[in-house]
Design a protein around this ligand. Sequence first.
Ligand code: GLU
Length: 407
Amino acid sequence: MNDPFQNSIKQISESAEILGILPGALKKLTEPQRVVTVHFPVVMDSGEEKIFYGLRSQHNNARGPYKGGIRFSPEVNESEVKALSSWMTWKCAVADIPFGGGKGGVVVDTRLLSKGELEKVARGFVRALFDVLGPNKDVPAPDMYTNSETMDIMVDEYSKIAGARAEATFTGKSIGNGGSEGRTEATGFGGAVVLKLLAEKFSLKPEETKIAIQGIGNVGQYFGIFAEKQGFKIVALSDSKGGIYNEDGIDIKDALAYKNTHGSLASYEKASFVSNEDLLLLPVDVLVPSALENVITAENASKIHAKYIIEMANGPVTPEADVLLEEKGIISVPDILANSGGVATSYFEWYQNMHKETWTKEDVLSKLTEKMTKAFNDVWAVKTEKNISTRKASYVVALQRVIDAGK
Ligand code: GLU
């Protein structure tokens, strides 16, 4: 059974053992400090009042305010949000930014609501959570099915209640509304920096390195664009309806333009169709799950051909699969390192808001490159010294930093 929160505990326990952390102390580090659940009313376009359910898990604030996205999805549940908030704690620690971990969600299918109704859901959620949010308390950001527009609405609602403009309470806002240059592409860009560093470690030539990306939402598409810019060969891509594969390479911008006009990649004529399940098993060098949790499991792990996995989604590999991948000698760069570019740039945005500064995109991306490189090298040093997997090394680095801050 893939219970995300139990998985998040399993992932960390071996690293905790390496550091000699006792079970009692580990429980304090893995359980969220607070989980706030709310029910709030929204008047729908029909005039009917509907009650929505949402929650915010504030996992750990030893290193700074809770930080993490808010997702709008019918699948949102307590275990998932708790796991995601825990991953944020470790992610912020690996990236070495002064935030803790948080995550929130509302159970809602965004496809079934009008724009106006969605705005009311965003406002209602902020009203319900007002007391526990703030630039020095808890700073949300976008996540699945929320975006800069959602954050703009949330800032507006929060500021109205606070009686003062409070833009640093949310990150991932639009540029005109206090957002940071580079935030949109940051997660994918950071992943491409990790890819480059990994390729250097293993002497992979970009032009000979084949990559399959599962999911071309915001994260997957920018990962692909920047990887392609570095000369890597993207041979497979997918959206929720399925994917495309061409062993000679796919022009990612052309494929994205096709998806924009046709609604999906499925009938793209310059590549053949491949299902999302089969995409994971293609004969590629690097596999990049960029969409959903738990896609690499005990069932398919042994069939994976890639030698490297870069986890751009949160939690795409189950702990059981992780053991099998390690046995096969596959190097997996974990989510808490690979996709930390998003939250690192959220920190830059928060910093600019707090200090009334505006940085250029070049500035942001060069600072981000520095942060990702430092995080990668810190993890690699521990991996080499202790001869452990990249995931375990990432957790060792993160745990040590959170424990040091808590002292
Ligand atoms: N939702 C993103 C993540 O999972 C970003 C969170 C943030 O920027 O606070 O990392």
